[in-house]
Each structure stands twice: as C-alpha cells, then as structure tokens.
Design a protein around this ligand. Structure first.
Ligand code: ATP
Ligand code: MG
Length: 422
C-alpha cells in the first residue's frame, strides 16, 4: 500500500473495538484521582528541548537516543514530550503555582520516544501521570503508592508486584557513586559499551542495565541502601512502615535506580510477569531538587506514571469484563411510515431515558437486515416499528440477549417497559 497511507512506525491507531478497555481504565483512574483530591491539567505536547535535557538528564536513554526533536520554523529546538513530569514542573513554574502552595495534579495523553517498537513498546504511547508538589513525605510517598495499588484493585488487575528503593540525596549519593565507580572499574572487562559511557556520567544507571552478561557483576555491586544519609534512611523506613501498616506487599530492590536523573529518595516500580519483557507498568519517585534546579521555588515533589497500553494489555490478558459502551436500545424502523416518525420517536426515548443509549436505524433496509444490525450493535433490546405499529401507535419490544416474550405497547408506555427490561 501507498506508504503515505501507513501509520508512522511504532505509532498505533486505537480503533473502536479497543476503546472499552481504554475508557474503563481512564474512567477508573479519573474517579480514583478525584477521590484522593487530585485535579486534572492538560499540557502541551511540545516543550523546549532544553527542558528535557535539564530535567531528565543528559546521560539517560531518553535524552541520549529517544527524543523526537526538531527545529521549528522560527528556529527554536522543540521536543515531543517523552514523559509528563518535566512539563508539569514547567507548568507549575510558568504559572506561579509553587509559592508556599501544595498541589496534587494529574494528566494523561500521548508520549513520544524513538524506541525499537515491539510488544508493549511503542514510539507513541500513552501515560496517566500524577504529581504532588509541596509535600515532603514519607506519608505522601506511601499514599501515592496506595493510590496505584487501589487502582489495580478497582481494575481487577492482580499480576503486579511492587519494588521500592531509596536513592538518598545528591550529597549522600556522591560517596556511594565513588564506591560504585571503583567497583565498576575493577570489573571493566564485563561492562558493555553503554555502561562504559555511563561510567563517567551516570554510573548508577549501570545498575539498571538489562544486559544478561552483566547481571552477576551487578549483583555484587555495593548497595545504595547501605549508604543512605540518616534523614533519607528515616524517610525510607517511614515509607516502608506506612506501606506495611496498610497491608501493601513490596520488595526492597537496592538495584532499582530508574531511568531518569531527577529522582531523590523514594523510587518505586510496579512490574508484571504477564507481558513478557516489557514488564514495567507503573513507576515513579520523589524529585525534591528538580523544581529549584529548573529555576522554581524549592519545592519537594513526587509522582508516578503508568503506561496505558501495558495496563490495557493486562486487562485483556486477565479477561477483565469492561462496560461495552453498546446502546441499550436499537430502534428498528421498517417501511416509509416508520422512517417518517422514527427520528422523533428516538428523540422522545432519549429524553425519557437519559441513562440508556438509543441507536436508531438510519438509511432504511428490510426488517431482517435491521435486526442483524440491532444484534451487531450490542443493544440489549430492539424496539421494532413497522407499518402496522405506526397505524396502531405502538411498537414491539424484543429482548436480544435474554429469553423473554416479545411485547407490544403504546409509544407513551415505551420508556417504562424499556426501563423494566434494562
Ligand atoms: P521501560 O523500562 O519499559 O523502558 P521506563 O522505565 O522507560 O519503562 P517510564 O519512563 O517510567 O518507563 O514510564 C512509565 C511507564 O510508561 C512505564 O512503566 C511503561 O508502562 C510505560 N512506557 C514507557 N515507555 C513506553 C513505550 N515506549 N511504550 C509503551 N509504554 C511505555
Ligand atoms: Mg524506557
């Protein structure tokens, strides 16, 4: 086929048949965030390239090789957002939201990363993201994680596991970093090309490597949890105590460093064994220094993001039943007289039954073809109007999904009869 008619590699059309799962996830997330006092914001897809370089960090996969960056017609370097946190922080600073204030915000939408497309990994994908500004925790750290756990509960997702870690402060990390560099220097022969490059810039990221040949060496590396400053240690103990008190199961993984540079103290990740190697479904952490580093009022902050494609994959994999979005009623209009009164009849039903979808047959067709359409629409009930019914001012009601005798009633009675059946 003509290449201009193909989607860009790694960018998917999400068609109607997939939407019930997306809508279920998004509706549950929206309700959950409202219940915890989070407000929605919507931000630009494009930001100045510099924003991501300064926040995510130069030695990260995202900035090194995954950004969609271009120069616009005015000569500015812009980047399609690879994640949402940087933009949210930028927005909080641009709009003066940080002066002695606390904010709990969420957003969602497409993110863009130039990665190798495969199952669960795309170049345009979707995240739901929450951030809290102005709270230094560890209570909010725990609550953020509790929110994610509650979301899995509401969605009926069970095959997920939580890992937590603390990265301490940039100061405490400095000593640890030196130890780590020394250790990696001793094992230089095992390091791959990426790791050798990171050794000078960001050696912690080597711990995150998925290269199987390096795993034994990484397992022997010094652990950050043994080198935390006392405040970070207390913060981490506080988080773990809250999680335990709330009955959340978790593992402390001292190798969990996350792919972004801006984290301090708490980091966490939910993974699954149901999606093959793309196992991360939700991750986040605290970034107490980032806002000041970008020129904002020093403000502690924490957030997480989930990948919608992967959560939808989990829902489908687990066979979770989601609302279908099908209309409640399909109105069959057979013959000219029925077609003349049909639109008005459908409007009257919609008026009387605001919670029930009513799809009218448009464009005519024989009664058999229309009944097929009614079935295909997923509607629970067909309301059938033909020449004889128009003459009598009645309609026939047929249950499409349940065993029930067909009935006939006046148009005025229709709403009550339909309500009784749905
Ligand atoms: P991964 O280790 O799979 O690359 P990540 O650590 O880069 O994930 P984050 O930047 O933390 O991911 O983004 C949060 C979530 O967004 C991930 O847990 C994942 O579910 C999802 N995600 C990240 N990159 C992609 C992608 N290219 N395609 C689909 N989902 C993604
Ligand atoms: Mg990644």
């Amino acid at each position: 086929m003509d290449k201009t008619l193909q989607p860009v590699r790694g960018m998917n059309d999400v068609l109607a048949e997939q939407m019930p799962w997306w809508q279920f996830l998004e509706a549950e997330a929206r309700a959950l965030f409202a219940a915890y006092g989070y407000q929605e914001v919507r931000l630009p897809l494009l930001e100045p390239t510099e924003l991501f370089k300064r926040s995510i960090g130069e030695f990260t996969d995202i900035v090194e090789k995954e950004m969609y960056t271009f120069t616009d017609r005015g000569g500015d370097s812009l980047t399609l957002r690879p994640e949402a946190t940087a933009g949210l922080v930028r927005a909080a600073i641009s709009n003066g939201l940080l002066h002695n204030q606390k904010h709990r915000l969420w957003t969602s939408g497409p993110m863009f990363r130039y990665e190798r497309p495969q199952k669960g990994r795309f170049r345009q994908f979707h995240q739901i993201d929450i951030e809290a500004f102005g709270y230094d925790g560890p209570d909010i750290d725990a609550e953020m994680i509790l929110m994610s756990a509650r979301l899995w509960g509401r969605l009926g997702i069970r095959r997920v596991k939580l890992q937590v870690n603390s990265l301490g402060t940039p100061e405490s990390r400095k000593d640890y970093r030196e130890l780590l560099v020394r250790y990696f220097e001793q094992h230089r022969a095992v390091l791959d090309e990426d790791s050798l490059r990171r050794l000078g810039g960001n050696p912690l990221r080597i711990l995150d490597s998925k290269n199987p040949a390096m795993q034994d060496m990484i397992a022997g590396a010094p652990m950050i949890t043994d080198h935390l400053d006392p405040e970070s240690k207390a913060h981490f103990d506080g988080l773990c105590a809250h999680l335990s008190a709330c009955g959340i199961e978790f593992t402390v993984n001292p190798r969990l460093v996350r792919g972004l540079d801006y984290y301090t103290r708490t980091v966490f990740e939910w993974t699954t064994d149901a999606l093959g190697s793309q196992d991360a479904v939700c991750s986040g952490g605290r970034y107490d220094r980032l806002i000041a580093q970008l020129g904002g009022e020093p403000t502690p902050a924490i957030g997480w993001a989930l990948g919608e494609e992967r959560i939808v994959g989990l829902l489908q994999d687990a066979g979770v039943a989601v609302p279908s979005g099908a209309p409640g009623v399909f109105l069959v209009l057979a013959g000219e007289p029925a077609m003349r009164v049909g639109l008005k009849l459908a409007e009257d039903l919609r008026e009387a039954l605001p919670g029930i979808g009513v799809q009218a047959n448009l464009g005519g067709g024989g009664i058999k073809a229309q009944m097929k359409r009614a079935d295909k629409s997923g509607a629970a009930i067909a309301v059938i109007v033909g020449d004889a019914e128009v003459e009598r001012g009645t309609a026939a009601i047929k249950s499409l999904r349940a065993e029930a005798p067909q009935q006939e009633c006046s148009w005025a009675e229709l709403p009550a009869r339909i309500r009784a059946l749905t």
